[in-house]
Structure formats: C-alpha cells, structure tokens
Design a protein around this ligand. Structure first.
Ligand code: ADP
Ligand code: MG
Length: 396
C-alpha cells in the first residue's frame, strides 16, 4: 500500500475503528484553458492533477451516514432519511450533498434504468476523507471530494451510474446543496482525467475527448502559482459574471453564448453596453482559444500553445475583470522569466496562476516569482509542479 492510501486507511481507523471496506480517490484539476466557458455551454480543457482526495468507506448495518475529514474539524452525522439539501452546511455539504444527490438518483432510477431499485441497497456509511489537494486554491478540492465520494457510493450502493452521471451528481451537489452555481468542468476533469492528457469538454453536448498533451516528450511542464489569496467578493463576482453572460445572450437572441463566434463580435459591440460586451467578448474569444489550443497541441506540439495562454490571461484581466494584482504579477513574472505561456486559472478573484515552462527553466521561474512577490509585499506564494494524472479510481 502506498503512503497516501496508508494514511487514508489509518485515518479511517482512528476515527471509526476497524478497517474500511474500500478506498477511492479522485484528483483535483487545473484548467489549462477555457475559463467561465462551462456555464456558457462552451469549451474547456482541464487536466486532472497529481493531487488527490481519498475516501475510505465502510457500509453500516443501519441508515446512519457519518463523515469526517482530516482537513476540517468535526464529525458530521445524519441518517439517510434526514438528508436535507437545505440543512447541510460547511464542508460536510460536499460529501453529504453527494449522498443526497445519489440517493435521489437511486430513488428516481438512473436514466438507463441501472439505478432503479437501488434505493433498497442503500446502507448507512462511515466515510473518512484525506487529501493533498489544497482547498480554495482554484484546483477544485471541492470536485475531488465530490467525485471520490460519488465513486465510493456508486460502488457500495451498487448504483451502476456511469462517469458522466457521476459528474452531474457532483455538480448537482455543488449547485443545490453548497449553493455554488458552478458548471460541470471540475467534476468532468476529476472523473475522466488521464496521464499526460487534457479533457476537451464540450459543455453543450457534454461530449468529452482526451487530448494528448505531449508535455513530457517536449521537456515542458506546468507550474501552479497559488497566490494564497481569496477575495471576499469571489462568490458574488462569479454570480455577477454569470448574470452578465446570460444577459448578453438574451439581448443577442441566443440561448447561450456558445451559439456565437468571432464573426458575431461587431454585432455584439453594436447591441450591448460596454461592460456586457467585454464579458461576452471574453467568452467568445476564450471558446476559440480552447479550440486553437487543441489544434496547436495536435499539429505543432506543446511549445506552440503559449500565445493562447497569454491571450487568455489578458482577456480575463481586461474583459472579464476577474484577475487580481497577485495573479497579474505571477503571470507577468512567469512570462518575463521565459515561460512558454501563463495565465490565471480557475474562477478568479484570487487562487492560482498557471505557467507552462521548459523543465530546465522551472526553478528559475519559481524563484523569480517568489522574489517578485516578496518585493511587492504580497503573501509568499506556493509554487509547485503538477502533472496530468488519472481520474477518479477505486484504490483498494
Ligand atoms: P476549490 O474547489 O477551488 O478548492 P471551493 O471553495 O470550491 O474551492 O471548495 C473548497 C471547499 O471544499 C472547502 O472549504 C471545504 O468545504 C471543501 N473541501 C475541500 N477539500 C476537502 C476535504 N479534504 N475534506 C472536506 N471538505 C473539503
Ligand atoms: Mg471548487
């Protein structure tokens, strides 16, 4: 057993006694490109990373759900009958929100019928979470929890849901129970990731395609610069950007901004107020950059995608206005120090930036950004490499 699984198992024993029935894990993700496009039915290219949340789980003879996390205090207990999406709060809303969404899917029967009758197989559970995905850094620790728990419950409750259905369950938990109006990108990446591949996600059809990154072969890699800042208006900012996009789509007579392309920009400029236009322009150009990035990876290789990453950052800074001084400094520093490309990643208003660097330059880039932050008087960033890794899986 590797060290991470050992830790997960030991943590379970320390909380509940005995040994778990099994261990499941799911990764966090970093979004290579395609930001705020998911709720606009657009394209994104996330990557499952080599940081994971593990859930050790054991079925109980009764109907009680107990969940505990090594990262957050308190043991939460609720019986399956009392699972109420409006009553779940704090970190336990993520794992128990998934339990609520799964029990709902089981009661309704899965779309393909596999889940019908599943409700009778639902026992209570003891769940213990351990993780090395930093929370709140834009690496989707929330989806890692949701997807690890969803996979565990799917197995233990024998629901037979497929990974696309599990992704939607994670999203439902986050939207309905946590109350965060997020799209399906994070859960898709966490469930569908593969080593050295990105996941091209079409958020309209929900069709996904793995895209070879070829990073190792090209001698390049990704550095995450976690600024360790998060702004109190992040949730409000996210919701207001979402409203602007919906508003822009309505005024342009389309169901979602996905229906528009670069050719529609002049019409959008003529019909929309300046701010809504800039929000819309970000989404339209960002969708195009995702497709251009995929094409460049396929035809020219990893070193060719830098300009798309850099343009994506400018679009988020100037048009979507979701960057921060810390994120801008991280990106500018990476670019000056020779990164192939860099951009803020995740929802914005804090969190992390991403730099694609030649492996030989990684140390210099990281050191230079750390110095820039110190000089600016910013909180010291956490800078670490990530590699594209396998999605959620049963470990034991
Ligand atoms: P992100 O997904 O970018 O890390 P979010 O705000 O979406 O940030 O999710 C972070 C929240 O997810 C945490 O505040 C906590 O409630 C929950 N969470 C993340 N990791 C864990 C964990 N290991 N155990 C329990 N809850 C977790
Ligand atoms: Mg999240």
């Amino acid at each position: 057993m590797n060290e991470v699984l050992q830790l997960g198992s030991e943590y379970f024993s320390s909380q509940f006694g005995g040994v778990p029935d099994g261990l499941w894990s799911a990764p966090g993700r970093v979004n290579l490109i395609g930001e705020h496009t998911d709720y606009n039915d657009g394209f994104a290219l996330p990557i499952a990373i080599d940081k994971r949340t593990t859930v050790a789980a054991r079925a109980r003879a009764d109907r009680l759900l107990r969940v505990t996390s090594s990262s957050f205090p308190g043991m939460m207990e609720v019986s399956l009958e009392d699972l109420d999406p409006d009553a779940l709060t704090g970190w336990a809303a993520y794992p128990l929100g998934v339990a609520w969404a799964m029990s709902r899917a089981a009661a309704a029967g899965a779309p393909d019928g596999a889940g019908s009758g599943g409700a009778s197989r639902m026992s209570g559970l003891d769940l213990a979470l351990t993780s090395d995905v930093p929370a709140g850094a834009g690496l989707s620790s929330s989806a890692a929890v949701e997807c690890a728990v969803a996979l565990a419950l799917n197995d233990l409750w024998e629901l037979g849901l497929d990974r696309q259905e599990l992704a939607r369950i994670g999203q439902l938990a986050e939207n309905r129970v946590v109350g965060a109006p997020t799209g399906i990108m994070d859960q898709s990446a966490s469930l569908l990731g593969e080593p050295d591949h990105g996941i091209l996600l079409d958020c309209q059809s929900l069709v996904t395609e793995t895209v070879a990154l070829g990073f190792a072969g090209a001698g390049v890699g990704l550095l995450v610069i976690d600024t360790r800042t998060s702004h109190s208006h992040a949730d409000g900012g996210y919701a207001s950007r979402r409203r602007s996009c919906e508003d822009g789509a309505r005024r342009l007579g389309v169901g979602s901004l996905r229906a528009l392309g670069p050719d529609d920009l002049p019409r959008a400029a003529a019909q929309l107020d300046g701010q809504t236009y800039r929000r819309v322009r970000h989404i339209i150009t960002e969708n195009q950059r995702v497709l251009d990035t995929v094409a460049a990876l396929r035809t020219s290789g990893a070193a060719a995608i830098g300009p798309f990453l850099n343009e994506s950052h400018l679009s988020m800074r100037d048009d979507f206005e979701i960057s921060t001084p810390e994120l801008d400094l991280a990106v500018a520093g990476a670019q000056e120090l020779g990164a192939i490309g860099a951009r803020m990643t995740g929802g914005g208003f804090g969190g992390a930036a991403l730099a694609l660097v030649r492996n030989d330059d990684a140390g210099d880039v990281a050191g230079g950004i750390a110095r820039d932050f110190a000089r600016a008087g910013f909180t010291a960033p956490h800078i670490f490499p990530v590699t594209a890794s396998e999605g959620a899986r049963r470990e034991l």
